[in-house]
Design a binder for this molecule. Sequence first.
Ligand code: ZN
Length: 96
Amino acid sequence: MARLFLLLAILLAIFWWLGSRVRARRAAPPPADADVPRQGAHPDGNRRAQEPMVPCAHCGVHLPRSEAIAYQGLHYCRAGHLPDAQDRSDDRGGPA
Ligand SMILES: [Zn+2]
């Protein structure tokens, strides 16, 4: 019976050791991306640099996704570049 407890203790120790190794690997910081250029000297520049950039479907300007206007699966940099806004301006400037 004592041997069974000893076996159980050894198994628990192995599981604890494996678990701590996995946790240590997850807690380790990801490899530093030396290739990523640091753009901007703003204090929040890093936060913005980590955001995914999306191109404006109208003019192609890249901007952070949170600042882009999502419309019909595309992103736009400003309301004036939305397709509807172009239609409206076309109607206004169309032939009389
Ligand atoms: Zn645009």
